[in-house]
Design a protein around this ligand. Structure first.
Ligand SMILES: [Zn+2]
Length: 267
């Protein structure tokens, strides 16, 4: 006799094509954000097969479109990946007592970062949709030099109008030896970042940059482009930082490096 809970599990397993062996538990995924097992992570907009042809041809590295959202908490793959990175490397443990600027704060990461007890956790966005989030333009920030210990802007710099201004400001508001996590989608097959302000239509931006509201696609020069004004790139690969974490089980993109930048000493 199969009880009701087991029946539900079996039905759900059937929905994902038998990818999960319910009786043994093999094949379960684990969400780093809600700390629960899930049968599968859900695709975004039809998955990688539906990505614009140019993005496929360039082998663009960004979100894991096939294993994107947690069906239980809604976390995205990049939220899960960043949390795993900060936890597993011990960086999260250093947040206590620090000033953290969190730009475009993700719903699943925000309460967790607050729980790490930073002395200040400033949530900011150019277009805030929540009263707890301050309206802030990355290109002209009203903070003193060297104010923050940490800046997090996870998939933001592909949206800003003037990249140089934004990274100059991030470098300025960071303390020397402070660090920023500045994840962006990029294509290592592209030598040079492409951006053209004359491309303004949503359709063209989607084809050229991969998404309607992106204004550039970073190439292999991404670390030089972001690290031009006082930030030193310290990229770390998934396998370097998270050797013991299965990207399939965690629903994260193993191709995505962690784009960490450290504020250089002023010369
Ligand atoms: Zn979850």
């Amino acid at each position: 006799m199969i009880n009701k809970a087991k029946q539900l599990q079996l039905s759900a397993a059937a929905l994902v094509g038998g990818a999960v062996d319910v009786l043994s538990g093999r094949g379960w995924r684990y969400c780093a954000c809600c700390r629960r097992r899930v049968l599968a992570f859900l695709p975004w907009r039809g998955g990688s097969a539906a990505a614009p042809p140019l993005m496929q041809a360039l082998d663009m590295i960004g979100s894991d479109l096939d294993h994107f959202a947690c069906p239980l908490c809604g976390s995205t793959d990049r939220e899960r990946h960043l949390r795993l990175y900060l936890e597993e490397t011990g960086m999260a443990a250093t947040f206590a007592g620090k000033r953290v600027l969190h730009f475009a704060p993700e719903r699943r990461l925000t309460p967790w970062i607050a729980s790490l007890l930073p002395s200040e956790h400033l949530l900011a966005d150019l277009y805030p949709e929540d009263v707890a989030v301050r309206r802030l333009d990355l290109e002209q920030m009203p903070f003193p030099d060297g104010y923050f210990d940490v800046v997090i802007a996870n998939h933001v710099l592909e949206h800003v109008a003037h990249l140089d201004l934004a990274v100059m400001q991030i470098a300025r508001v960071l303390k020397v030896d402070g660090w920023a996590i500045l994840q962006v989608p990029w294509a290592r097959t592209l030598a040079t970042t492409i951006e053209d302000p004359s491309v303004t239509s949503s359709a063209a931006r989607r084809e050229l940059y991969g998404q309607e509201d992106h204004v550039r696609l970073f190439g292999a020069d991404v670390f030089e482009r972001i690290g031009r004004f006082g930030l030193s790139a310290e990229p770390v690969s998934h396998s370097e930082a998270l050797a013991s974490i299965s990207p399939v089980s965690a629903g994260v993109n193993v191709q995505e490096p962690f784009m960490r930048f450290r504020r250089r000493q002023q010369s």
